[in-house]
Write a protein that binds this ligand. Structure first.
Ligand SMILES: C[S@@+](CC[C@H](N)C(=O)[O-])C[C@H]1O[C@@H](n2cnc3c(N)ncnc32)[C@H](O)[C@@H]1O
Length: 244
């Protein structure tokens, strides 16, 4: 399996390294979820149907279900270990959750979601940045097609830094959080793991300004970067109420 593709996420080693060692250490992770929920609530109606693209173990979906317990959620990922972790997370809950194994690297992923839409909200967490920029734009267009009029797309995403100096600020912030999370490890060990992580080579980061512009060109409104600290952004937009 080539180490530079997002296929690395299909391995148990990469999935569990992220879920056990990185997810809880993401800087401002709770604030990102808070902003996501605030925007979903501002829609003026409860979220009934949502989709989480590249769901991992369902962290975003869990936050949405907690706020909108009556919602129906479709969780899409192409990694069996991740889907298994998502299944375990929701096993004892009564939420209407459906997990689907699909690869959004190709438009055929839509079949896993189409029949369950249109969606009031489509969210994604730290996932779409594994696609080349051209494919990112297509995915944003496919998401637009799956949204109900007035529905929101929110991407909690790893985006490109403006310069190597800003990138070093991002790395320093993330490393500080990882060091606090892994109290049994030295800073040198934390840095070694961070820089050598197998999924790093699969990142294809794009600036948030460019991605917001792509969304506007597709037809989304209210497009903005709602929160950002260095390379971690919450951005997205709304399908206009009158759109088909
Ligand atoms: C960094 S994890 C984020 C997981 C989760 N969204 C979160 O917020 O913790 C990236 C996830 O995207 C999934 N992923 C990456 N490329 C994918 C693709 N082409 N199709 C479906 N899922 C993909 C991976 O399997 C992994 O679960």
């Amino acid at each position: 399996m080539p180490a530079h593709t997002d296929e690395v996420w299909k391995t148990s080693a990469v999935a569990s390294a992220y879920l056990e060692g990185v997810r809880a250490a993401i800087p401002l992770a709770q604030e990102q979820l808070d902003v996501m929920l605030r925007l979903l609530e501002a829609g003026g109606r409860p979220v009934r149907d949502f989709l989480d693209l590249g769901c991992g173990d369902g962290a975003l979906g869990a936050a949405i279900f907690e706020r909108f317990p009556q919602a129906r959620g479709v969780l899409v990922d192409f990694s069996e270990p991740m889907l298994e972790a998502a299944g375990n997370r929701f096993a004892r809950q009564s939420y209407a959750v459906r997990c689907a194994n699909a690869d959004y690297g190709a438009a055929s992923w839509i079949a896993s979601a189409d029949a369950r839409g249109p969606f009031d909200a489509i969210v994604s967490g730290y996932s779409i940045h594994h696609q080349p920029d051209g494919r990112k734009r297509e995915v944003y267009r496919e998401i637009f097609g799956l949204l109900a009029p007035g529905g929101l797309f929110l991407n909690l995403e790893h985006v490109a830094s403006a310069s190597p100096w800003v990138e070093s600020m991002h790395d320093a912030l993330f490393l500080d959080h990882l060091e606090r999370h892994h109290r049994d490890r030295s800073r040198a060990e934390v840095e070694k793991t961070y820089y050598a992580r197998p999924d790093k080579a699969a990142n294809i980061l794009a600036p948030v300004e460019a991605q917001c512009q792509w969304l506007r060109e597709i037809g989304y409104t209210d497009v903005d970067c709602y929160l950002k600290v260095f390379e971690l952004a919450v951005f997205g937009g709304r399908k206009p109420a009158g759109a088909a």
